[in-house]
Design a protein around this ligand. Structure first.
Ligand code: ATP
Ligand code: MG
Length: 593
């Protein structure tokens, strides 16, 4: 193992500035039980950046005996879809399965709280068959009630400016905004207009509800931010009930409050929204302890893109084969590629939680992948670029079975039988006619050990008319088998092989980085940097135990890479995705380590 990479694992007690706050809130009694939440907007599939946030929110719940809510932040019906809701729930459950699933709190049964004046305390129900995540849309009535309260307090008003005018009147950080001419509307008129907005009297974009805060604030988010806008659109959860929808900042903090969230953790872009988050909660004079917002740096990973818009474009333009394409950084893409949930969690823990935005080297993720797979993946023999070898001193019907260990890291994984016969395949790259010094594999007149079997000597090289090597004729030293009189004979090279008569053909998909540049997201013409060789498909010869694997089974093909079987395979014709090579081939190519 590379000594510069220490082993990755999930520390039981990681420490960072957010966990320090949680610990001190619990110690001082400000908080009795930690409640966190992971709040995706169901407008796309989750990616590895979300995995970082999931591991943080569920990790805190797990370490501090708390709970975490999975909440669909579904306040923008025009971009959302139920398809995404289901995929998000599945991906989250996969990632936390057996680790923090006991901290996942489900939506309580019964009607969502609708009375803004009441006590919204959540009582938890177990994960029954109808277990559902939380939905911000469940709080539309409650949020509406909160909006009415703000209007009655003189803290919100209906504004008739168009979206363009509103934007222009906002000003800039160094220039105060211009107050809306509707800012001082009487409460009664605001209540009437807001009721008529809700009743559907006005078209989209004609009126908004705005908080009345401070048009001269240096923080533009406090310059009378929008709370509601008109959208005559059906909602995937709420149906046709609404034609006004709350904006993120209004809905988010109040959803946190309704659910009894104690620590609301988001990425750094929202730091400037925090004063608004606090203003809304404080201005409403709420009876229970208020949630607090904390921010951390989002994950940016090299050689890939993570914005949902760009991921969607890759999918819709067929530049990849779908949201679960193993080249994508989506959770389902990584999963299909063969990455384990434990590896993603170890990665998330290893990179840690900070306040500084940076670019994480994919090598860190790859290291976490290798480390977990080395522990768990079964070893198998497969030849990706086959060269036929005839063992001329064995009879035509020769057949023998060798015992091969399934995983040297895991004695419980047992052994399997590996058939051996007169004709075998070896990797083309394991033979060289005129090899350089220190080439310890097969050469004319040279010897090599076949893993688990015996030593062979290359006697003759057969070529076609074009001069290409098409076959090797070798002799096998059966005395060098385990337990044989020559078993201790020292040979420098050991190679993998597959018996030709028993070989199963497999489609093998070899993935490489999707982009050729470390930061495609920051390139103007980002699509121009797609790696044209990000997918190569070969037909491999595999040992017979690989004939019909369950989809998702992970293997190490010895001396080559880790692979996971794909659901596209059929009995006798498996398909394998290369998860990750055994060593980092890319760093050699680019000269980096
Ligand atoms: P979009 O690409 O549409 O802006 P998003 O990536 O912000 O969406 P959300 O669904 O809003 O996705 O994110 C859900 C949660 O995941 C948020 O709390 C957000 O802060 C967090 N999150 C999103 N991307 C990352 C990332 N790259 N690293 C860490 N956390 C992230
Ligand atoms: Mg977002």
């Amino acid at each position: 193992m590379n000594p510069s990479h220490p082993p990755l694992s999930e520390p039981e007690h990681p420490s960072d500035f957010i966990r320090d706050f949680v610990a001190s809130d619990l110690a001082s009694g400000v908080v009795a039980q930690v409640v966190t939440r992971f709040p995706p907007e169901p407008n796309g599939y989750l990616h590895i950046g979300h995995a970082k946030s999931i591991c943080l929110n569920f990790g805190i719940a797990r370490e501090f005996d708390g709970v975490c809510h999975l909440r669909m932040d579904d306040t923008n019906p025009t971009k959302e879809d139920i398809e995404y809701v289901d995929a998000i729930v599945e991906d989250v459950r996969w990632l936390i399965d057996g680790w923090a699933d006991h901290c996942l709190r489900f939506k309580p049964g019964g009607a969502a709280p609708i009375d803004g004046a009441g006590d919204f305390h959540m009582t938890s129900v177990g994960p029954g068959p109808d277990a559902e995540p939380f939905f911000a849309s469940d709080y539309f009535e409650a949020l509406h009630e909160f909006a009415l309260r703000l209007i009655r307090k003189g803290k919100a008003y209906v504004c008739d400016l168009s979206p363009g005018e509103t934007e222009a009147s906002r000003g800039a950080p160094d220039r105060p905004g211009t107050p809306s001419p509707w800012r001082d509307r009487p409460v009664e008129e605001n209540l009437d207009l807001f009721a008529r907005m809700r009743a559907g009297e006005f078209p989209d974009g004609t009126r908004t509800l705005r908080a009345k805060i401070d048009m001269a604030s240096p923080n533009v988010w406090l310059r009378d931010p929008l709370l509601y806008r008109i959208r005559h659109t059906e909602h995937h959860q709420a149906g046709k009930a609404w034609c006004i929808y709350p904006l993120y900042d209004f809905a988010h903090g109040l959803s946190d409050y309704i659910e009894g969230v104690t620590h609301s953790i988001c990425t750094l872009e929202f730091e400037v929204h925090r004063p608004l988050y606090d203003w809304l909660l404080q201005t409403l004079d709420l009876p229970r302890p208020l949630p607090r917002q904390f921010e951390f740096a989002r994950l940016n990973l090299g050689y890939t893109v993570m914005s949902k818009r760009k991921l969607r474009q890759l999918v819709t333009e067929n530049r990849v084969r779908g949201w679960d394409d193993p080249r994508l950084p989506t959770i389902r893409g990584l999963r299909r590629r063969g990455v384990t949930a434990a590896a993603l969690r170890a990665f998330a823990y290893h990179i840690g939680i900070t306040k500084f935005n940076g670019l994480t080297d994919v090598a860190v993720l790859e290291h976490a992948m290798r480390e977990d797979l080395n522990r768990t993946a079964r070893r198998r023999l497969a030849v990706l670029d086959p060269l036929k070898v005839v063992l001329t001193n064995l009879p035509g019907d020769y057949c023998e079975e060798f015992d091969a260990v399934n995983n040297p890291e895991d004695p419980d994984a047992g052994t399997r039988k590996l058939p051996f016969s007169r004709e075998i395949f070896i990797e083309r790259a394991d033979f060289m006619e005129t090899p350089p010094p220190k080439f310890f594999r097969l050469r004319p007149g040279g010897e090599v050990r076949l893993k688990y079997a015996c030593i062979i000597r290359c006697e003759e090289v057969v070529k076609n008319d074009a001069g290409e090597v098409v076959e090797l004729r070798c002799t096998a030293d059966l005395d060098s088998r385990r337990g044989g009189p020559n078993s201790g004979r020292k040979i420098k090279g050991t190679i993998h092989w597959v018996s030709a008569a028993h070989a199963v053909e497999a489609e093998v998909r070899l993935f490489d980085r999707l982009f050729t540049v470390p930061e495609p997201e920051s390139e103007e013409d980002w699509l121009a940097h797609l790696n044209p060789d990000s997918l190569r498909v070969v037909t491999a010869k595999c040992e017979p135990s690989l004939a019909d694997p369950d989809p998702g089974t992970r293997y190490q093909f010895e001396r080559l890479a880790y692979f996971a079987s794909d659901a596209d395979g059929a009995p006798g014709r498996p398909v394998f995705n290369r998860t990750i090579t055994l060593k980092d081939a890319w760093s050699k190519q680019t000269g980096k380590s």
